[in-house]
Ligand binder design. Structure first.
Ligand SMILES: [Zn+2]
Length: 382
């Protein structure tokens, strides 16, 4: 027998009281919902009054994204209109699901809880990519609520090479590498922060000397998700951008030479790792290193892809060598040579703010693609 509205209301009220008396179980409600088009993407923002678990799934036929919010009341508008590839969004109160009807395959650029807000951003995607999404949970987590720590945006640490008493390479017409790296990192920071998809910290923001170990420690102490060391060194006859990941064995002579010179930037050298017993250190490192290395390789590939359309590239653009600054065992790390100051054309280009902005734009795209993949990978594990 269906409950009368009054009775249902009383039951809800009683449940609300019980829930309110148990810390962390206050009834969660979506108090506001907004669907808008931002820079070619559709962005959905839900505001919650208390902590709530959420889960995002996809169905291929019909093309839909389904955001489940178990136990949550909806106080937003019942229907949210359209934005970009999202043709409409409607709340199904029985299933406690917000169903987004799609006009075509999408890619999920962002699905994250930020404090009391749950933000979902989708852009155009491929059929194959969307079919992949429809195979499992796209993302899930917890939003808001005192009992639930607000999940922070991922942290990207930018490391402008050299500084202070170490000018780095001095270009053909006298350009100091340390100035180029700082200017480019500042531009990249600005571009990354503008998208609101990650936080950014820099190992130096002024013309100061920072030892290599200090740069690595900077990223480790902050639990960085990604570390990008930025350079514009010299290499005889070389021109174009290139990306390096850590390896005990260098992929080629040029990379070996770069790493050797780079590592000399800090004559005190080596890594300053916090004191742990050697055995614990060994176990921890072997556990995380493999994943870190895989993450670094993926990042290098992502950056090479995004740089490709924008700036000249050094042949075999992704290379490996034993760079000390890439040795954080748990932080995926890459070193980007934005060009070589030993090449007159690269030097002239890197001195121009417009060119640095182009490099930064490509790097930012590489970072976003990498972050999106990391987030999707993590939610698949969950
Ligand atoms: Zn350098």
């Amino acid at each position: 027998m269906p409950l009368s509205p009054t009775r249902r209301h009383l039951l809800q009220l009683a449940f609300g009281l019980v829930a309110a008396s148990v810390p962390g179980l206050a009834e969660a409600a979506v108090t506001a919902a907004r669907l808008e088009q931002v820079a070619g993407h559709a962005r959905l923002t839900l505001t919650l009054n208390a902590g709530a678990r959420w889960r995002l799934t996809a169905t291929a036929r019909p093309a839909r994204l389904v955001l489940s919010l178990p136990g949550t009341t909806w106080r937003g508008a019942a229907s949210l209109g359209a934005a970009g590839l999202v043709r409409g969004a409607a709340w199904n109160n029985r299933a406690k699901q917000l169903v987004l009807t799609l006009g075509g395959p999408v890619t999920v650029i962002r699905a994250a809880a930020e404090g009391r807000q749950l933000v979902l951003e989708v852009g155009p995607g491929t059929t194959a990519g969307f079919a992949q999404l429809a195979r499992g949970t796209v993302a899930q987590g917890e939003a808001g609520g005192a009992a639930v720590a607000a999940r922070n945006l991922p942290l990207v640490v930018l490391d402008p090479g050299h500084g202070g008493k170490d000018p780095g390479t001095i270009g053909v017409t006298g350009t100091h590498e340390k100035r180029i790296t700082l200017a480019a990192a500042q531009e990249l920071k600005k571009q990354l922060e503008a998208t609101g998809r990650c936080r950014v910290a820099m190992t130096r923001t002024r013309d100061v000397f920072v030892p290599l170990g200090g740069r690595v420690e900077f990223a480790r102490k902050r639990n960085a998700d990604l570390f990008i060391s930025m350079h514009a060194d010299s290499a005889p006859g070389a021109r174009g951008a290139s990306v390096y990941t850590l390896s005990d064995r260098a992929s080629d002579g040029l990379s070996a030479g770069l790493a050797q010179r780079e590592n000399q930037a800090d004559l005190r050298g080596g890594l300053h790792l916090p004191p742990v017993s050697p055995e614990v250190e060994r176990i921890l490192f072997s556990l995380v290193r493999q994943e870190t290395r895989a993450g670094s390789e993926r990042m290098a590939a992502s950056v090479v892809r995004s740089l490709g359309g924008e700036v000249p590239l050094l042949p075999n653009t992704h290379r490996q060598a034993a760079f000390a600054v890439l040795k954080a065992p748990e932080v995926p790390s890459v070193l980007v040579e934005m060009g070589f100051l030993s090449d007159r054309r690269d030097e002239a280009a890197l001195k121009r703010p417009a060119h640095r902005a182009k490099v930064a734009k490509a790097l930012a795209e590489g970072v976003h693609a990498w972050l999106a993949r990391q987030q999707a990978g993590m939610s698949n594990l969950g």
